[in-house]
Write a protein that binds this ligand. Structure first.
Ligand code: ZN
Length: 175
């Protein structure tokens, strides 16, 4: 079990576009294992590889919010092939934008194709929280954060807060 450090905005790496995975081999599975460990430890319900500094198109999620009955999901090279016209609004947060939340409107449902943990092609119809979560995570693969959907003013206020927090953290030790 390896818990990796999650990158915090502002950070140029988070703005990078992630590259497709050619083959789901042991190394990629190890990455997914580490990502799941890091996500559960944070705790969060989704994590993209770029958030731990790896620019690969890999996402892990678990929206069950149930410690006893975990439902880890792994997506390699996920691609949204259809988006519904109905919208839904959730208050979103992000492990790379700590303690900041905002209401974001996204398509309520979408269909996704991807490779699973074993490298098998899969097709999934999603709606509600699952649809929002997967869209949020796929945005990470394009270097997009949820705060990019906010007004310039709101976004700059959040980035200012995060930068200040980073500075304050320099000499702080939490053990
Ligand atoms: Zn996020």
């Amino acid at each position: 079990m390896t818990i990796r450090k999650i990158l915090i905005e502002p950070n140029k790496i988070l703005r990078q576009k992630s590259k497709s995975v050619e083959k789901v081999d042991r190394e990629v599975q190890q990455l997914m294992d580490d990502m799941l460990d890091s996500m559960y430890a944070a705790p969060g319900i989704g994590l993209a590889a770029i958030q731990i500094g790896i620019p690969k198109r890999v996402i892990v999620m678990d929206i069950s919010k149930d410690n006893k009955n975990k439902n880890p999901m792994c997506f390699v090279n996920p691609e949204i092939v259809w988006k519904g016209t109905d919208k839904s609004i959730y208050e979103e947060g992000c492990l790379s934008v700590p303690d900041q939340f905002a209401e974001i409107e996204r398509p309520k449902s979408c269909d996704v194709k991807f490779l699973d943990y074993s490298g098998e092609p899969q097709f999934l119809k999603t709606e509600g929280l699952l649809a929002t979560c997967i869209q949020h995570e796929i945005d990470h693969l394009e270097g997009i954060l949820f705060i990019d959907y906010l007004s310039k003013l709101k976004k700059s206020m959040i980035i200012k807060k995060l930068s200040k927090h980073k500075k304050e953290n320099i000499d702080r030790i939490v053990v």
